[in-house]
Write a protein that binds this ligand. Structure first.
Ligand SMILES: Cc1cc2nc3c(=O)[nH]c(=O)nc-3n(C[C@H](O)[C@H](O)[C@H](O)COP(=O)(O)O)c2cc1C
Ligand SMILES: [Fe+2]
Ligand SMILES: [Fe+2]
Length: 387
């Protein structure tokens, strides 16, 4: 990567689900780096699935040398999973981490013989190359540190600026899988992401080296910083509407598709439609945060709401969804209940405006229901929160 830094991360093309829930159409990677001054530091390890490959890459980078320090920015097992193996091979290495990280490592059964606790602003001098530690708590675990190497103008950003995919997947479209990663994994912690970014804003950062996804430089780095400022502030990124539906027998789906057509005809901007029972739920979450507006269309179910919609709204609440206009279409054959449940789940979300009146469909959409959908679309589209 530079005179000071080698990349020794590992691709994982076979992992079925990241964190046991996120689909990986292009696999995943766990990044790790060697930083070299007169002394040598390793930055984070990799998932236990890739221990041997990682140790081989580390050996190749080290040559005859041995590492002096093992910096642990984040203890989540996708990064700490190979620490035990490293410590067995290099028992003399000093593990450098926050006090909280030391505690978490102990909980995961990692017991270094030598350790050095660092706090905000501490500098580790490798001799001709320095590492400065910047606390980034709750991005997205409490122990997390970013690390800045002034000589290489490089910010090691832990999981921030990470993405799904093997290294270099979609290299020209970083935002697509970085956005899905951000909102599903860090989305709840926008305030903490902003606080961490403020702390590093004065640094001369020419390279961002995250724990997942490609290393960022130049225009791509500038664009990533711009997007993180938007995402972490919960501002919409794209003028448009996500139409999210959960339909048992297809009638609610047909109503959702018709409403999407109406929205397009009215110049709603980008209109995305997602089937919550079949499409990737994480992508639906991503699109909800991305767009300025949302419509949810759900079947009633056992005096409640169809489970896929319940899960979606529950996840949105958990991830801190806010500051959006939302319209509701419910479908019920004898005692519609989906709208009431959706409303109760949306109301506690900060600055979420429910567009009134919600539309109720009885079983299937009929021509006489269409004017209500037209009115709902008009009310949803005005005024624009982006302008
Ligand atoms: C297991 C089950 C439970 C249902 N519970 C309700 C209900 O509590 N109230 C209601 O009005 N309709 C209920 N329905 C009817 C559905 O809401 C109705 O089939 C749906 O609105 C039709 O739209 P869809 O084709 O999109 O599924 C239920 C349907 C099923 C299969
Ligand atoms: Fe993580
Ligand atoms: Fe991670």
């Amino acid at each position: 990567m530079s005179n000071y830094i080698d990349y020794i991360g590992c691709d994982d093309a076979e992992l079925d689900l990241f964190e046991s829930q996120y689909e990986l159409p292009e696999g995943m990677c766990y990044n790790s780096y060697v930083v070299r001054g007169e002394q040598i530091a390793v930055m984070d390890s990799v998932d236990a699935r890739k221990t041997d490959e990682w140790l081989n890459r580390l050996s190749a980078s080290l040559g005859d040398a041995r590492p002096d320090y093992m910096v642990v920015q984040h203890v989540e097992p996708d990064h700490s999973g190979s620490l035990g193996a490293l410590l067995r091979r290099y028992p003399e290495v000093t593990v450098v981490a926050s006090a909280k990280a030391m505690q978490l490592m102990q909980q995961f059964g990692i017991a270094p013989q030598h350790s050095q606790v660092v706090k905000e602003g501490d500098v580790l001098d490798l001799g001709g190359c320095t590492l400065r530690f910047v606390a980034a708590p709750m991005v997205h675990w409490p122990e997390v540190f970013f690390t800045y190497c002034a000589e290489a103008h490089t910010l090691f950003s832990a999981d921030a600026f990470g993405k799904f995919g093997v290294y270099g997947a979609d290299a020209d479209d970083w935002a697509c899988e970085a956005r899905r990663y951000y909102f599903n994994i860090c989305g709840k912690y926008g305030m903490q992401v902003q606080a961490a970014l403020r702390k590093v804003s004065g640094l001369d950062i020419r390279t961002i080296a995250p724990l997942h996804g490609q290393v960022l430089e130049g225009e791509q780095l500038a664009e990533a910083l711009r997007l993180y400022a938007v995402w972490s502030s919960y501002e919409p990124e794209t003028e448009g509407v996500l139409v999210a539906y959960a339909s048992i027998h297809g009638n609610t789906r047909r109503a959702a598709e018709q409403l999407a057509d109406i929205l397009r005809a009215k110049g709603a901007g980008k209109v995305a439609v997602t089937d919550l029972t079949r499409d990737d739920m994480a992508e639906a979450i991503e699109d909800a945060f991305r767009m300025s507006r949302m419509v949810i269309c759900a079947s009633s179910y056992d005096a409640d709401i169809f489970p896929a919609m319940h899960l979606f709204l529950w996840k949105l609440g958990m991830k801190g969804y806010r500051n959006r206009r939302v319209a509701i279409v419910e479908n019920g054959s004898w005692a519609p209940s989906a709208g009431r449940v959706a409303r109760a789940m949306l109301e506690p979300m900060k600055e979420v405006t429910i567009v009134e009146p919600m539309v109720t469909i009885r079983g299937s959409l009929k021509p006489e229901d269409v004017p209500a959908l037209e009115t709902l679309a008009d009310t949803l589209l005005a005024p624009s929160p982006i302008e």
